[in-house]
Design a protein around this ligand. Structure first.
Ligand code: AP5
Length: 217
């Protein structure tokens, strides 16, 4: 099964994609994570993407569709992919169709996480991760059980994304409204879209997505 998780910054795409990966053996394909890894490694793609990402704008369609195509060639994605943060524009949506068709695969669902944008700034600016294992936390909603220590790996080092400040988040939201939300009708006409209340508790959101994938919704 191949699904897209669609929603504005902070909607919970990454959170739900990680759960699906852990629970169903599907593979999370996050273009944001791939680009951040490229920036960290200083690859030519990373060098091009760094300033664009820090400004909250979108990296070029060619770059992101290129990295998704390379990733889809890896055999683990044959078990099923969760597209997290991709596609984000109409040309990317077109590329994804081609990339899947060329590999004899197809898209099963586009799950839209419906959220209240005003609440998202708070979600994003409070977010931090373990610098060692990447486990996610939030200043108010999900603190480590022992203050300053990662629940998963015990590390005491944490980090925040450079684009997780209030000003850049507003730009990212505007990009979503202008370029990403308009791709939903393309999937709507194909009967692929399912909507989930992304403001509900994380477990409730996860259960609703699971019901869609299991056909019990
Ligand atoms: P990307 O990394 O994709 O960021 P994003 O879309 O802005 O989404 P986020 O990761 O911020 O949010 P999310 O929906 O995953 O929420 P999360 O689960 O973390 O992209 C970053 C940049 O890379 C872009 O701006 C662009 O420059 C570039 N880029 C990436 N892909 C691209 C593409 N395809 N084309 C062009 N450029 C691209 O949750 C957020 C917080 O809320 C967490 O703290 C979480 O714990 C909490 N939370 C989650 N769910 C709930 C809930 N139900 N209740 C309460 N809290 C919750």
């Amino acid at each position: 099964m191949n699904i897209i998780l669609l929603g504005p910054p902070g909607a919970g795409k990454g959170t739900q994609a990680s759960r699906l990966e852990a629970e169903r053996g599907m593979v999370q394909l996050s273009t944001g994570d791939m680009l951040r890894a490229a920036v960290k490694a200083g690859t030519p793609t990373g060098v091009k993407a760094k300033a664009v990402m820090e400004a909250g704008a979108l990296v070029s369609d060619e770059i992101v569709s290129g990295i998704i195509g390379e990733r889809l060639d890896m055999p683990d994605t044959e078990k099923g992919a969760i597209f997290d943060g991709y596609p984000r524009t109409a040309p990317q949506a077109e590329s994804l169709d081609s990339l899947l068709a060329e590999r004899g695969r197809k898209l099963d669902y586009v799950i839209e996480l419906v959220v209240d944008e005003d609440a998202l700034v708070d979600r994003i600016t409070g977010r931090f991760t373990c610098a060692k294992c990447g486990a996610g936390y939030h200043d108010r909603y999900k603190l480590p059980q022992v203050a300053g220590t990662c629940d998963v790996c015990g590390s005491q080092e944490f980090k925040r994304r450079p684009d997780d400040n209030a000003e850049t988040v507003r730009t990212r939201m505007a990009e979503y409204r202008a370029k990403t939300a308009p791709i939903l009708p393309l999937y709507e006409v194909r009967g692929l879209v399912r909507r989930v209340d992304g403001m509900a508790d994380m477990d409730v959101v996860g259960a609703e997505i699971a019901a869609i994938l299991d056909g019990t919704d």
